[in-house]
Design a protein around this ligand. Structure first.
Ligand code: 3HC
Length: 312
């Protein structure tokens, strides 16, 4: 066997031993090209999701019902932008530029979380997004803190510290509305009805239909499967709903134990249709991102110019 092949085998063995022994893979370490490409895809799409996710909530900053609510929403949205930057930085360590990620997004070659293609119709939606979308994101991201790729794992640790605030502020909005007028209670229930299933879809298709999960688990990129994380989220969230008088919109839901539930069928046709671009807001989200990116080009040019001059 020629030297290169022997060397490749040794490198692969060393990589697999690191994964086995919970040693983080770092940017300068040798890694299988498939592992690198898997991470480039997942981390960049995670970053896109954080940034595109700012849009549904951003529309409500000027309509927040109080100065306190406005300040909380502003802080949350600012956090999401920062999460996107941490994750683009982590993705860039794999050898692809941020400009390239953004280009793939604008060309429709990269995904972002399908949940952000639904409209935020009223203030109760801001509560439901924080409580359910950020609640689902926390369930996923707490698990991802143990991912095998160093920069991704460290980004997750930082992000998770802020996500809990995001989920609590959303739940507080829902709690306050359920203590309000009949109309406010109906708004909260309507928001739950519209955001519940898209939040469950955030965890991805069932494990049996997930083309990436087996590699993701083998390489310890994912530490828990899509279905396991979805189940954890459901079991945690249903008691929260019931505590404030909300009813989860799943007629087939069955309680199978203490804080343990079996959910009804998820509409995967809707999931794949939204991912394919046929959701309520896909076009608006992408057009807005492209417009904002182009409007911000002068900032990037000035920053680059300053960087060049200050490094002369
Ligand atoms: N939205 C859009 N696409 C999705 C999706 C979703 N909710 N779930 C799965 N997909 C896509 C996958 O990207 C993949 O397509 P691709 O090959 O073109 O990338 C395909 O469907 C098959 O799915 P798999 O389950 O096989 O793919 P993964 O193993 O990558 O699992 C995932 C999907 C669970 C989303 C995983 O990528 C992951 O954990 N990503 C990191 C977490 C993340 O991206 N969260 C998004 C929300 S961030 C957020 O909510 C911000 C918060 O602060 C508001």
């Amino acid at each position: 066997m020629n030297e290169t092949l022997v060397n490749q085998d040794e490198l692969l063995k060393e990589f697999e031993e690191k994964i086995e022994n919970e040693i983080k893979i770092e940017p300068r370490d040798w890694m299988p090209e498939e592992y690198r490409q898997h991470l480039i895809r997942q981390i960049s799409q995670h970053a896109h999701s954080e940034v595109i996710g700012m849009q549904p909530e951003g529309n409500w900053i000027s309509r927040a019902p109080s100065l306190r609510a406005k300040k909380i929403l502003l802080a949350k949205i600012q956090d999401e932008g920062g999460h996107g930057l941490y994750l683009y930085s982590a993705a860039e360590t794999l050898g692809v530029s941020r400009d390239q990620f953004i280009q793939w997004l604008h060309e429709g070659k990269a995904k972002y979380a399908s949940v952000f293609n639904y409209p935020a119709l009223n203030w109760a939606d801001i509560g439901a997004i924080g409580w359910l979308v950020d609640g689902a994101a926390i369930t996923n991201q707490v698990s991802l803190q143990r991912t095998s790729y160093g920069p991704y794992s460290r980004a997750m640790v930082r992000i998770c510290k802020e996500e809990s605030f995001h989920q609590r502020q959303g739940y507080e909005i829902m709690w306050k509305m359920m203590e309000g007028t009949k109309e406010q209670q109906q708004m909260a229930q309507d928001a739950l009805n519209r955001w519940w299933w898209p939040a469950l879809m955030m965890f991805g298709p069932h494990d049996s239909d997930s083309p990436h999960t087996s590699n993701a688990m083998k390489w310890k990129i994912k530490r828990e499967s899509n279905d396991r994380l979805r189940e954890k989220f459901i079991n945690k969230t249903i008691p929260q709903a019931e505590l404030i008088g909300l009813k989860v919109p799943d007629p087939a839901l069955v309680k199978i134990g203490e804080d343990q539930y079996q959910h009804g069928d998820i509409d995967w046709t809707e999931f794949w249709e939204v991912i394919k671009g046929n959701g309520p807001c896909n076009q608006q989200r992408l057009e807005h991102h492209i417009k904002a990116h182009n409007n911000g080009s002068w900032v990037r040019e000035c920053a680059n110019e300053y960087h060049i001059k200050s490094n002369k």
